[in-house]
Structures are given as structure tokens and as C-alpha cells.
Design a protein around this ligand. Sequence first.
Ligand code: KG4
Ligand code: ZN
Length: 345
Amino acid sequence: SRPLTILGIETSCDETAASVVVRHPDGRGEIVADVVLSQLDEHSAYGGVVPEIAARAHVEALDTLIEEALTRSGKGLKDMDAIAATSGPGLIGGLIVGLMTGKAIAYASGKPLYAVNHLEGHALTARLTDGVEFPYLMLLVSGGHTQLVLVKGVGDYERWGTTIDDALGEAFDKTAKLLGLPYPGGPAVEKAAKSGDSKRFAFPRPLVGEARLDFSFSGLKTAVRMAAEEIAPVSEQDIADICASFQHAVARTLKERIGRGLKRFREEFPGVAEPALVVAGGVAANTVLREILTSLCAENRFRFIAPPHRLCTDNAAMIAWAGLERMAAGFDADGLDVAPRSRWP
Ligand code: KG4
Ligand code: ZN
């Protein structure tokens, strides 16, 4: 039992990232270097992530970012116990860039390689930041994912709910686009909603009341479009009211859906004294949604854990940490023939 040090690489979407993380013998994690380069500017003109542009940008930035992370950590490749790289799910071009780089470094330096599932990275982040113990519930709400996951152990997950259509971040982005607000839509909708009337429009809350824990947001998006068309041309106040009503509908939906999940957790794990709900993903930055989840957790006597924003969105520290968790739990390293997977349940 000595500290384990790992280099992590993340390239599955539009963030190029590298990080060095240490796991101390007592299980505590320490981020010694963490660099992220967002490609937002490259994609914003297109109103979304363009896979080919993303892959090329990863190629251009990754080597420099890895060097930067190592320099900032004050360590060299020789000090690493392993290399971890995201191998899926995500955009295949980016995954190839990151995983091949990880393989090359692992091969050249003779270190073991851990091919990490990006979602496992998100799922285990709360153990790096807050030392949360298994089992716990995790809500992942990003541009690509909307999932409620039971985290039972390293490599041991149960998906309790997912979206049957759009991801929540996608719903924010599409709503913003429809109203002529800039990309990414989440922060723009949240800002506009501040001066809006959340009761002006009664938007639908799909699946609310159903026993299964899934989500659906495409009906909400359609309702927003119809409301906007009906009152066109929309004024600035109209936009604010639509955004506020949209956000309100989302908040009510999450409250009901997640509330059901918390109750199920209690039933399945009556022995867990201090259960926790952990959030991750860019949408977790939303203040209104955070408030709803905070009060929901208080009502249900759950701890609400929201890692710092830069660790909620895509980063390489979470990939490094997932690799460390796998190592510490005795999982085998991956062979250099491991393949990237754009889809990985
Ligand atoms: O996790 P993330 O940075 O990237 C991935 O999707 O992987 O999440 C980005 C998503 C976008 O859809 C963005 O609109 C949304 O998170 N988002 C927000 C807020 N900030 C970012 N949604 C609602 N409110 C926000 N304040
Ligand atoms: Zn992500």
C-alpha cells in the first residue's frame, strides 16, 4: 500500500483534457494537475458539436495538454503507475485520438493501460471529491446523457432511469436555438428565465406519475415551439417567460422523477444510514435545478453532493480517478488491442 499515480486522458466529446491524479493508501484522491481545453469556440457557429472538427481539434491539442499536465504535476511518465484513457462512449473520432495516444504512451513507457468508460468517470467523481461510499445514487444530466444510476461498486452499476428521447442538456440547447438564444443553450435559458414569469405557460411534464424512472423531454421542446409560434413575433419578455416556464417544468419533472428514485433507494437499502444523491453533467450547473434537488434531498434525508462545476463537466481527472479505482479494486489492465466504442451501455 503506497500512493498510486496515474495520467488520465479525455477526448470523447468537445473537451480535450489531461490530468494527473494520486490515490493515497487511505483511499483519498488528490488531483495534482488538471488541464481542460474547451472547443466551444470551434463549434458555436454550428449550434452544436461537429464530430470531424472535434476529432481534428483533439489531434492538435492533446500532446501539448499532456505535457502541460505532467509539467504542472512536477512528475514525469516514469512516476506514473498507469495510463488511463476514455475509450467510450462518445464521438468515435475523438475516442480514437485519446485512446491511441494513451496506448502509445503506455507502450513506450511500459506502463499498464486502463481503458475507461466515460460514464464510469462521471459516476465515481463524488468519491474523488467527497469520499462518498457505496452504494449511492447518481444523476447525470449533460448534453448527451440523462441517467439515474445506482452506483453499487467499482464496475457495478444499475441504470434505474434514462431518457427515452432527448437528453436534458439537449432540451435546453434546442429551446435556446428555437428562441434565438446563443449556444450552449443551458446558461442562456437560465439567464433569460431570471426575468421571466414561470407561470405564464403550463408546459407538459412527460412521464410524471409513472412508476418507471425514465425521462422524456422532446414533448416539452415541441410545446415550447408551439407556444413561441402562437405568440410570434416574440418579445424579449416573451422569451424570458418561455424560458422561466420551461425551466419550471423541468424542475417539477426532476423533482417527481428523482423523488421516486430516492424512495426506491430507501426501500432497497434500508441499512444505509446517510444515503447520498450525487449530480454530474453540465446541466448540474443550473441554480434553479440545484435548489430543487437540494430541497428534495433535505425532505428525504439524503445528502446532496454536487462536485465543483469543472469536475461535473467533462474532464480528465475523473478518467484518471476511474482508472485508479479500477486498479485499487484489483481489476486487470487492458490490452493494447482494446478498441474504442462509440456506444457502450
Ligand atoms: O457535461 P457537459 O459540459 O458536456 C456534455 O454534454 O458532455 O454538458 C453540456 C450541457 C449543454 O447541453 C448545456 O446547455 C448544459 O449542459 N448546461 C446547462 C447549464 N450550463 C450548461 N443547462 C442548464 N442550465 C445551465 N446553467
Ligand atoms: Zn460527460
